[in-house]
Ligand binder design. Sequence first.
Ligand code: FES
Length: 197
Amino acid sequence: MSAEVSVPLSTEVKAPEIQKGPDLKKKVKLDEEATLYSRRDFFVKTGWFLFGLIMGSWVLGLVRYMFPRVLFEPSNVFKAGFPSEYPVGEISTRWASQQRVWIARTSEGFYAILAKCTHLGCTPIWLATENKFKCPCHGSGFHRDGVNYEGPAPRALDRVKISLAQDGQILIDKGVLFQFEKGGWDKPEAFLKMAPK
Ligand code: FES
């Protein structure tokens, strides 16, 4: 007795499973979309940024317009105290640094001189011992009445408007100047007549 060997008639040979690789077409499409979106995103963001920038500048301009740059300068007019505070014969330097004005008291009244050199605008100094104004910049000299007599200053110092306020104080207005050379010192507002009491 022979042993029967069963041989399978057909041998099923299974084909090896081919591992599917990534879908290249799909991947390319996805990449394209991603690029498209990121590009679109970039343009949208840039657009918003520029829009914000323009709006910000516009708002800033509007605010600036509402608050214009104005230089608030001190007033030209100031009260210089009562006449009795000024001894006769004195050139007072009381307001020289604060208001750039000297006040002279004579036996007939008051006049006020602007402490601004007529050469290039420096502030002269009152030298009481030498009875003159001296400009430290280029050496111009002025008599006590303001007339120039040495140095490069081309003309006398300017006088400013002087009057009496309602409360009895001396009122100075630096906005009104009087030039000696133009006869300005003879005008009533250039001199405050007042005899000493
Ligand atoms: S500015 Fe006064 S002498 Fe020149």
